[in-house]
Design a protein around this ligand. Structure first.
Ligand code: FES
Ligand SMILES: [Fe+2]
Length: 382
């Protein structure tokens, strides 16, 4: 039997919790939040969505860019407008290793020749990452991945209509699984009891523990500032092949009211099992492609046309998560919450964010974030 939410909800916020004067949700340029976030690499799109020779507009942390991939296959991000007379760069064309502006044909190479600004752009785990901060970027890749044999599998890229922090916080909130994902879908088997949540700050982010009644502990990693690494059950449509996988969630701010939810994973399969998995995955991808967009279902749930518990979709867990998280509002009102015991991870992360943003705002030294060690990995806890 599940405990009720009431039984889970004790202490009111403590006096040292984030005050209203620190905006922990914004990532606009020049704000403490924007300066904080620009210290890190950010996932910006899936590799597969940027074929060689293509160009696209890109909006990250309230700033506009153009992203393209050279003929040789190298991704590159540049400022959104041409330095000549401000034409949109993503209207241009890729010529070998350069991009040519559509207006008067000025040509820009990857070293920033003729271009006002290029941004360090790399690829890892089938995602494109970029660095938008001042000075040299931190080492890349900025987090390790599982090295045992397996497949790297990238999942849907969702544009979520709310602030990134809501979804990053959701990933720290293991207790929601038993309620939000209870109506079927891939997480149903995690809904057996409610874990007790504890968390601790590390020199690379936050470690969070979910302790079950059995005494088993599930360890989840939250890499600063917006990546969660966790072990999850196979998605509903993938049952029977591939087993559990390690998933890397990136919550990248588009602006303060939207973010990209990019999901990539390491599925531990090899040999014949890998072939079976790939075939099953192709079938799953076909189902997702044929299904209505996730946001269509979410809007129908919000408007009351579709009951939450009756929604069906090959990506049901994603529909459920977005309905709940983006349903909190574009930027959740954090001043009027009543945080409970299950919010321990969220409370700690807000405290860390608030401390860092205040240090930035007041010109005091901020934390020197370290690259996470490869040996700290998520655990199953079942
Ligand atoms: S505006 Fe780009 S070449 Fe003139
Ligand atoms: Fe969820």
């Amino acid at each position: 039997m599940l405990m009720t939410a009431i039984e889970q909800a004790p202490p009111r916020q403590r006096a040292d919790e984030p005050r209203a004067d620190t905006d922990i949700a914004t990532t606009r340029p020049g704000t403490p939040g924007g300066i904080f976030m620009r210290q890190f690499w950010h996932a910006v799109c899936r590799s597969r969505d940027l074929p060689a020779g293509s160009t696209k507009p890109l909006r990250i942390m309230s700033e506009d860019f153009a992203i393209y991939r050279t003929r040789a296959g190298v991704p590159q991000i540049v400022a959104d407008r041409c330095p000549h007379r401000g034409a949109l760069m993503h209207l241009g064309s890729v010529e070998d290793e350069a991009i040519r502006c559509v207006y008067h044909g000025w040509k820009f190479d990857r070293c920033g020749q003729c271009v006002e600004q290029t941004y360090p752009t790399r690829e890892y785990l089938d995602l494109v990452f970029a660095y938008f901060g001042a000075g040299d970027p931190p080492p890349f890749p900025h987090f390790p991945h599982r090295t045992s044999p397996g497949l790297i599998q990238v999942w849907n890229a969702e544009h979520v209509p709310c602030n990134y922090l809501q979804s990053f916080e959701n990933s720290m909130d293991e207790v929601h699984v038993a309620f939000t994902h209870q109506p079927g879908g891939s997480h149903a088997k995690m809904s057996v009891d409610l874990p007790i949540i504890t968390a601790e700050e590390t020199d690379w982010g936050m470690l969070r523990f979910g302790t079950r009644r059995t005494g088993k502990v599930r360890q989840t990693l939250h890499y600063a500032p917006n990546v969660t690494r966790v072990i999850v059950p196979p998605l509903a449509g993938m049952d029977g092949v591939g087993g559990w996988s390690e998933i890397y969630f990136s919550f990248t701010p588009v602006d303060d009211e939207n973010h990209l939810w990019l999901i990539t994973s390491h599925v531990e399969v090899s040999g014949k099992d890998a072939e079976t998995y790939i075939a099953k995955r192709a079938e799953y991808d076909r189902k997702v492609a044929a299904a209505p967009p996730v946001m269509d279902l979410v809007r129908n749930i919000w408007s009351g046309k579709l009951r939450f518990a009756e929604a069906t979709h090959p990506d049901l867990a994603v529909v459920q998560d977005i309905a709940v998280q983006a349903g909190q509002g574009r930027i959740e009102d954090r001043q009027n919450e009543r945080l409970g015991r299950s919010d321990t991870g969220i409370i700690l992360w807000r405290r860390i964010l608030t401390r860092e943003l205040r240090a930035i705002a007041e010109g005091r030294p901020a934390k020197k974030w370290q690259r996470p060690p490869a040996e700290v990995v998520p655990t199953l806890g079942f």
